[in-house]
Design a protein around this ligand. Structure first.
Ligand code: NDP
Length: 267
Protein backbone atom coordinates (compact mmCIF):
# COMPACT_ATOMS: atom_id res chain seq x y z
CA UNK A 1 0.00 0.00 0.00
CA UNK A 2 1.24 3.54 -0.82
CA UNK A 3 2.28 5.80 2.07
CA UNK A 4 -0.40 8.46 2.57
CA UNK A 5 0.21 12.23 2.71
CA UNK A 6 -2.14 15.19 2.24
CA UNK A 7 -2.72 18.92 2.24
CA UNK A 8 -5.47 20.32 4.48
CA UNK A 9 -7.06 23.76 4.17
CA UNK A 10 -10.30 25.63 3.56
CA UNK A 11 -10.97 25.94 0.69
CA UNK A 12 -8.56 23.39 -0.78
CA UNK A 13 -9.77 22.58 -4.31
CA UNK A 14 -7.31 25.03 -5.89
CA UNK A 15 -4.18 23.60 -4.20
CA UNK A 16 -1.46 22.35 -6.55
CA UNK A 17 0.50 20.61 -3.77
CA UNK A 18 -0.71 17.10 -4.82
CA UNK A 19 0.72 17.64 -8.30
CA UNK A 20 4.06 18.85 -6.88
CA UNK A 21 4.45 15.95 -4.44
CA UNK A 22 3.48 13.43 -7.16
CA UNK A 23 6.27 14.83 -9.38
CA UNK A 24 8.79 14.67 -6.51
CA UNK A 25 7.74 11.07 -5.74
CA UNK A 26 8.16 10.04 -9.38
CA UNK A 27 11.58 11.69 -9.49
CA UNK A 28 12.81 9.97 -6.30
CA UNK A 29 11.11 6.62 -6.94
CA UNK A 30 8.87 6.75 -3.85
CA UNK A 31 5.45 5.15 -3.75
CA UNK A 32 3.07 7.62 -2.12
CA UNK A 33 -0.45 8.96 -2.32
CA UNK A 34 -0.98 12.68 -1.63
CA UNK A 35 -4.57 13.78 -0.99
CA UNK A 36 -6.40 17.10 -0.82
CA UNK A 37 -8.59 17.30 2.30
CA UNK A 38 -10.99 20.17 2.97
CA UNK A 39 -11.04 21.00 6.68
CA UNK A 40 -13.13 23.74 8.25
CA UNK A 41 -11.45 26.04 10.76
CA UNK A 42 -11.84 24.57 14.26
CA UNK A 43 -11.87 20.96 13.09
CA UNK A 44 -8.21 20.30 12.28
CA UNK A 45 -7.62 18.08 15.34
CA UNK A 46 -10.37 15.64 14.38
CA UNK A 47 -9.36 15.73 10.69
CA UNK A 48 -5.77 14.86 11.64
CA UNK A 49 -6.96 12.08 13.94
CA UNK A 50 -9.03 10.53 11.12
CA UNK A 51 -6.14 10.97 8.70
CA UNK A 52 -3.79 9.13 11.05
CA UNK A 53 -6.33 6.37 11.60
CA UNK A 54 -6.35 5.93 7.78
CA UNK A 55 -2.56 5.50 7.82
CA UNK A 56 -1.65 9.14 7.06
CA UNK A 57 2.00 9.89 7.83
CA UNK A 58 2.30 13.60 7.17
CA UNK A 59 0.30 16.53 5.92
CA UNK A 60 0.75 20.07 4.75
CA UNK A 61 -1.52 22.66 6.28
CA UNK A 62 -2.55 25.81 4.49
CA UNK A 63 -4.84 28.85 4.93
CA UNK A 64 -6.53 29.27 7.39
CA UNK A 65 -5.30 26.40 9.56
CA UNK A 66 -1.61 27.10 10.23
CA UNK A 67 -2.05 28.54 13.74
CA UNK A 68 -4.44 25.72 14.66
CA UNK A 69 -1.79 23.25 13.44
CA UNK A 70 0.80 24.87 15.71
CA UNK A 71 -1.52 24.48 18.71
CA UNK A 72 -2.09 20.79 18.11
CA UNK A 73 1.60 19.96 17.57
CA UNK A 74 3.30 18.17 20.48
CA UNK A 75 6.69 19.42 19.30
CA UNK A 76 7.59 22.40 17.10
CA UNK A 77 10.59 22.90 14.83
CA UNK A 78 12.48 26.19 15.42
CA UNK A 79 10.88 28.09 12.51
CA UNK A 80 7.39 26.94 13.50
CA UNK A 81 7.98 27.95 17.11
CA UNK A 82 9.14 31.40 16.05
CA UNK A 83 6.19 31.86 13.68
CA UNK A 84 3.50 30.27 15.86
CA UNK A 85 2.34 28.69 12.58
CA UNK A 86 2.84 25.23 11.06
CA UNK A 87 2.60 24.16 7.42
CA UNK A 88 4.06 20.64 7.78
CA UNK A 89 2.76 18.05 10.25
CA UNK A 90 4.61 14.77 10.72
CA UNK A 91 3.17 11.78 12.57
CA UNK A 92 5.56 10.42 15.18
CA UNK A 93 5.58 7.47 17.57
CA UNK A 94 2.87 7.10 20.20
CA UNK A 95 0.43 9.42 18.41
CA UNK A 96 2.72 12.41 18.77
CA UNK A 97 2.69 15.10 16.09
CA UNK A 98 5.59 17.34 15.07
CA UNK A 99 4.98 20.72 13.44
CA UNK A 100 7.40 22.50 11.12
CA UNK A 101 7.19 25.64 9.04
CA UNK A 102 8.95 25.53 5.66
CA UNK A 103 7.49 28.77 4.21
CA UNK A 104 10.47 30.92 5.19
CA UNK A 105 13.04 28.44 3.85
CA UNK A 106 11.00 28.05 0.66
CA UNK A 107 10.81 31.80 0.06
CA UNK A 108 14.52 32.38 0.70
CA UNK A 109 15.53 29.47 -1.47
CA UNK A 110 13.35 30.74 -4.32
CA UNK A 111 14.59 34.33 -4.05
CA UNK A 112 18.26 33.41 -3.80
CA UNK A 113 18.69 30.30 -5.92
CA UNK A 114 16.01 30.77 -8.58
CA UNK A 115 15.50 34.54 -8.88
CA UNK A 116 19.13 35.37 -7.99
CA UNK A 117 18.17 38.14 -5.57
CA UNK A 118 20.89 39.57 -3.36
CA UNK A 119 19.13 39.95 -0.02
CA UNK A 120 21.93 41.48 2.02
CA UNK A 121 20.97 45.09 2.88
CA UNK A 122 18.02 44.91 0.46
CA UNK A 123 15.21 47.25 1.48
CA UNK A 124 12.03 45.20 1.70
CA UNK A 125 8.33 46.10 1.68
CA UNK A 126 5.99 43.39 2.97
CA UNK A 127 2.28 43.77 2.30
CA UNK A 128 0.11 41.81 4.74
CA UNK A 129 0.48 40.73 8.35
CA UNK A 130 -1.11 37.29 8.54
CA UNK A 131 0.26 33.81 9.23
CA UNK A 132 2.45 33.72 6.12
CA UNK A 133 4.31 36.86 7.21
CA UNK A 134 5.04 35.29 10.58
CA UNK A 135 6.74 32.46 8.67
CA UNK A 136 8.71 34.53 6.16
CA UNK A 137 9.67 37.65 8.10
CA UNK A 138 12.19 35.96 10.49
CA UNK A 139 13.71 34.14 7.49
CA UNK A 140 14.18 37.43 5.60
CA UNK A 141 15.64 39.17 8.65
CA UNK A 142 18.07 36.27 9.10
CA UNK A 143 19.42 37.07 5.61
CA UNK A 144 20.55 40.51 6.85
CA UNK A 145 18.09 42.45 4.75
CA UNK A 146 18.10 46.20 5.32
CA UNK A 147 15.15 48.14 6.69
CA UNK A 148 11.91 46.18 6.39
CA UNK A 149 8.61 48.01 6.03
CA UNK A 150 5.29 46.29 6.72
CA UNK A 151 2.02 47.59 5.34
CA UNK A 152 -1.26 45.92 6.26
CA UNK A 153 -4.93 46.84 5.85
CA UNK A 154 -5.33 46.50 9.62
CA UNK A 155 -2.41 48.54 10.88
CA UNK A 156 -2.47 47.17 14.41
CA UNK A 157 -1.65 43.67 13.13
CA UNK A 158 1.44 45.08 11.38
CA UNK A 159 2.43 46.79 14.63
CA UNK A 160 2.03 43.51 16.53
CA UNK A 161 4.36 41.78 14.06
CA UNK A 162 6.92 44.58 14.26
CA UNK A 163 6.91 44.24 18.06
CA UNK A 164 7.12 40.45 17.94
CA UNK A 165 10.18 40.38 15.66
CA UNK A 166 11.87 43.66 16.64
CA UNK A 167 14.84 41.82 18.18
CA UNK A 168 15.66 40.27 14.77
CA UNK A 169 16.06 43.48 12.73
CA UNK A 170 14.80 46.96 11.87
CA UNK A 171 11.07 46.89 11.09
CA UNK A 172 8.92 49.89 10.31
CA UNK A 173 5.14 50.01 9.94
CA UNK A 174 3.69 52.04 7.05
CA UNK A 175 0.27 53.56 6.50
CA UNK A 176 -1.50 53.76 3.11
CA UNK A 177 -0.88 57.44 2.46
CA UNK A 178 2.63 57.40 3.94
CA UNK A 179 4.49 60.10 2.01
CA UNK A 180 7.79 59.04 3.56
CA UNK A 181 7.63 55.46 2.31
CA UNK A 182 11.20 54.66 1.19
CA UNK A 183 12.08 53.26 -2.23
CA UNK A 184 12.56 49.50 -1.87
CA UNK A 185 14.44 46.71 -3.68
CA UNK A 186 11.97 43.94 -2.98
CA UNK A 187 8.18 43.89 -2.50
CA UNK A 188 6.61 40.73 -1.06
CA UNK A 189 2.83 40.56 -1.22
CA UNK A 190 1.49 38.35 1.55
CA UNK A 191 -1.96 39.89 1.58
CA UNK A 192 -4.73 37.66 0.30
CA UNK A 193 -6.53 40.63 -1.32
CA UNK A 194 -5.85 39.07 -4.75
CA UNK A 195 -8.13 36.14 -3.96
CA UNK A 196 -11.05 38.57 -4.19
CA UNK A 197 -9.51 40.27 -7.25
CA UNK A 198 -8.23 43.33 -5.37
CA UNK A 199 -4.80 44.98 -5.71
CA UNK A 200 -2.79 45.94 -2.59
CA UNK A 201 -4.08 49.11 -0.93
CA UNK A 202 -0.90 51.08 -1.72
CA UNK A 203 0.01 53.35 -4.62
CA UNK A 204 1.59 51.33 -7.49
CA UNK A 205 4.58 53.71 -7.36
CA UNK A 206 5.70 51.76 -4.25
CA UNK A 207 6.84 49.04 -6.70
CA UNK A 208 9.07 51.31 -8.82
CA UNK A 209 12.36 49.58 -9.71
CA UNK A 210 11.72 46.72 -7.25
CA UNK A 211 11.56 42.98 -7.73
CA UNK A 212 7.98 42.13 -6.75
CA UNK A 213 6.71 38.75 -5.67
CA UNK A 214 3.27 37.61 -4.60
CA UNK A 215 3.01 34.64 -2.27
CA UNK A 216 -0.25 33.71 -3.99
CA UNK A 217 -0.04 31.93 -7.34
CA UNK A 218 -2.16 31.61 -10.45
CA UNK A 219 -5.20 33.83 -10.82
CA UNK A 220 -5.05 35.16 -7.25
CA UNK A 221 -1.67 36.76 -8.05
CA UNK A 222 -2.87 38.64 -11.12
CA UNK A 223 -4.04 41.87 -9.37
CA UNK A 224 -0.66 42.21 -7.63
CA UNK A 225 1.36 41.40 -10.75
CA UNK A 226 -0.63 44.04 -12.72
CA UNK A 227 -0.20 46.54 -9.85
CA UNK A 228 3.58 45.94 -9.84
CA UNK A 229 3.89 46.36 -13.61
CA UNK A 230 1.80 49.54 -13.51
CA UNK A 231 4.14 50.91 -10.85
CA UNK A 232 7.28 50.21 -12.91
CA UNK A 233 8.57 47.13 -11.09
CA UNK A 234 11.85 45.60 -12.29
CA UNK A 235 10.11 42.19 -12.36
CA UNK A 236 6.85 40.71 -11.05
CA UNK A 237 6.42 37.06 -10.04
CA UNK A 238 3.69 34.96 -8.50
CA UNK A 239 4.23 32.49 -5.62
CA UNK A 240 4.56 29.28 -7.64
CA UNK A 241 8.33 29.07 -7.15
CA UNK A 242 7.99 29.50 -3.39
CA UNK A 243 5.24 26.87 -3.28
CA UNK A 244 7.53 24.39 -5.06
CA UNK A 245 10.49 25.18 -2.78
CA UNK A 246 8.51 24.98 0.47
CA UNK A 247 7.06 21.66 -0.77
CA UNK A 248 10.60 20.38 -1.41
CA UNK A 249 11.46 21.21 2.23
CA UNK A 250 8.37 19.34 3.49
CA UNK A 251 9.33 16.41 1.25
CA UNK A 252 12.82 16.42 2.79
CA UNK A 253 11.36 16.36 6.32
CA UNK A 254 9.13 13.38 5.48
CA UNK A 255 11.39 11.35 3.20
CA UNK A 256 14.92 12.44 4.10
CA UNK A 257 15.81 13.57 0.59
CA UNK A 258 15.39 16.99 -1.05
CA UNK A 259 14.01 16.64 -4.58
CA UNK A 260 15.34 18.63 -7.52
CA UNK A 261 12.91 21.50 -8.14
CA UNK A 262 14.25 22.76 -11.49
CA UNK A 263 11.88 20.72 -13.67
CA UNK A 264 8.81 22.14 -11.87
CA UNK A 265 10.10 25.69 -12.19
CA UNK A 266 10.39 25.67 -15.97
CA UNK A 267 8.05 28.31 -17.44
P1 NDP B 1 -3.96 35.20 6.48
O1 NDP B 1 -5.41 34.95 6.31
O2 NDP B 1 -3.31 34.84 7.76
O3 NDP B 1 -3.65 36.78 6.23
C1 NDP B 1 -4.25 37.45 5.17
C2 NDP B 1 -3.66 38.84 5.02
O4 NDP B 1 -4.24 39.44 3.86
C3 NDP B 1 -3.93 39.75 6.20
O5 NDP B 1 -2.82 40.62 6.35
C4 NDP B 1 -5.16 40.53 5.73
O6 NDP B 1 -5.26 41.82 6.27
C5 NDP B 1 -4.87 40.68 4.26
N1 NDP B 1 -6.08 40.85 3.45
C6 NDP B 1 -7.06 39.94 3.24
N2 NDP B 1 -8.00 40.45 2.41
C7 NDP B 1 -7.60 41.71 2.11
C8 NDP B 1 -8.15 42.74 1.31
N3 NDP B 1 -9.31 42.57 0.66
N4 NDP B 1 -7.46 43.90 1.21
C9 NDP B 1 -6.30 44.07 1.86
N5 NDP B 1 -5.72 43.13 2.65
C10 NDP B 1 -6.38 41.96 2.77
O7 NDP B 1 -3.27 34.45 5.24
P2 NDP B 1 -1.76 33.96 5.13
O8 NDP B 1 -0.88 35.01 5.70
O9 NDP B 1 -1.62 32.58 5.67
O10 NDP B 1 -1.56 33.85 3.53
C11 NDP B 1 -1.49 35.02 2.73
C12 NDP B 1 -1.33 34.62 1.26
O11 NDP B 1 -0.08 33.97 1.05
C13 NDP B 1 -2.39 33.64 0.76
O12 NDP B 1 -2.76 34.03 -0.56
C14 NDP B 1 -1.67 32.31 0.73
O13 NDP B 1 -2.21 31.40 -0.21
C15 NDP B 1 -0.27 32.76 0.32
N6 NDP B 1 0.80 31.81 0.71
C16 NDP B 1 1.56 31.25 -0.28
C17 NDP B 1 2.60 30.39 0.03
C18 NDP B 1 3.44 29.79 -1.05
O14 NDP B 1 4.14 28.81 -0.79
N7 NDP B 1 3.44 30.33 -2.25
C19 NDP B 1 2.90 30.02 1.42
C20 NDP B 1 2.08 30.73 2.40
C21 NDP B 1 1.06 31.56 2.02
P3 NDP B 1 -6.03 42.10 7.67
O15 NDP B 1 -5.02 41.87 8.76
O16 NDP B 1 -6.44 43.52 7.55
O17 NDP B 1 -7.19 41.15 7.73
Amino acid sequence: MSAIYAVMGYPIGHSRSPEIHARFAAQTGLDLEYRRIQVRPGSLASAVENFRADGGRGCNVTVPLKEEAAKLSDELGPEAGQAGAVNTLTAGAGGRMRGDNTDGLGLIRHLRANLRVNLEDARVLIIGAGGAVRGVLPALLAESVGETVIFNRTRERARELARRFSSLGAIRVAAAGDAGLPAVDLVINASSAGISGEPPGLAPASARGALCMDLAYGRAAQPFVSWAREGGARAAHDGWGMLVEQAAESFRIWHGTRPDTTELLQP
